[in-house]
Ligand binder design. Structure first.
Ligand SMILES: CC(C)(COP(=O)(O)OP(=O)(O)OC[C@H]1O[C@@H](n2cnc3c(N)ncnc32)[C@H](O)[C@@H]1OP(=O)(O)O)[C@@H](O)C(=O)NCCC(=O)NCCS
Length: 186
């Protein structure tokens, strides 16, 4: 059994972080965080450089799709209410959700991506206990592979070409999958 996710007032908290649906108040944090080549080159969709209008288009699309539960994008804030990144679950045509995330560079290396991912996945699976979640990372981004492994994802062995708008290129990517209740499996 799964529930629809329609509440734009959702707030998901962890020890150091608060995650809320992306809104206009997150604009400056997104523009600052994504106007960094080291972030943009590892993501599929954001253009580089990243303009205010790019954020506005993303936020509008997100607000529309939050209604049908197909695209859940949360701004990650620290306890000082600073926007430090984004984490999202996007439902594909195969009904499997795809996990994506970024953390602004000044905040790297402190476990924030792992903490946000772990918290979001636990929240999501209370709503979709049998939901399957996939993820992928560019072949030259082992750091993200490490984050995904810590979150319980395993490599499927499949590689594929994924658009990277910032690089204006198709970049070989490694597919990963996370089974429901992976912690309970032998
Ligand atoms: C990938 C990213 C989200 C990681 O954020 P973070 O908050 O620094 O991640 P965490 O601190 O939770 O974990 C990073 C892990 O990667 C490890 N790591 C760091 N550099 C690494 C490297 N070059 N290769 C492999 N692992 C690496 C760290 O040691 C840590 O693992 P550990 O806890 O076992 O020591 C961040 O660097 C980022 O936003 N990058 C650009 C966008 C991106 O890559 N998004 C993901 C797209 S698939």
């Amino acid at each position: 059994m799964s529930q629809a996710i329609t509440n734009a007032a959702i707030e998901i908290t962890s020890g150091r972080l608060v995650m809320r649906p992306v809104g206009p108040e997150h604009r400056d944090g997104f523009v600052a965080g994504l106007n960094d080549w080291d972030v943009a080159k590892n993501l599929s969709r954001p253009p580089f450089p990243y303009a205010v209008s790019d954020f506005e288009a993303f936020q509008t699309m997100h607000a529309e799709r939050l209604h049908d539960g197909g695209h859940l994008a949360f701004a990650i804030e620290n306890r000082g209410s600073e926007t430090i990144g984004c984490i999202s679950l996007h439902r594909g045509e195969d009904a499997v959700f795809d996990l994506g995330y970024w953390i602004a560079k000044p905040h790297w290396g402190r476990g924030f991506a792992t903490e946000a991912g772990d918290t979001l996945l636990r929240w999501f699976q209370t709503l979709h206990p049998l939901g399957r979640i996939k993820a992928s990372h560019f072949e030259d981004n082992d750091k993200s592979g490490r984050v995904l492994s810590k979150l319980g994802f395993v490599y499927t062995g499949e590689t594929f070409l994924l658009t990277c708008v910032a690089r204006h290129a198709l970049v070989r990517s490694r597919a990963m999958i996370r089974a429901p209740s992976w912690e309970e499996q032998p």
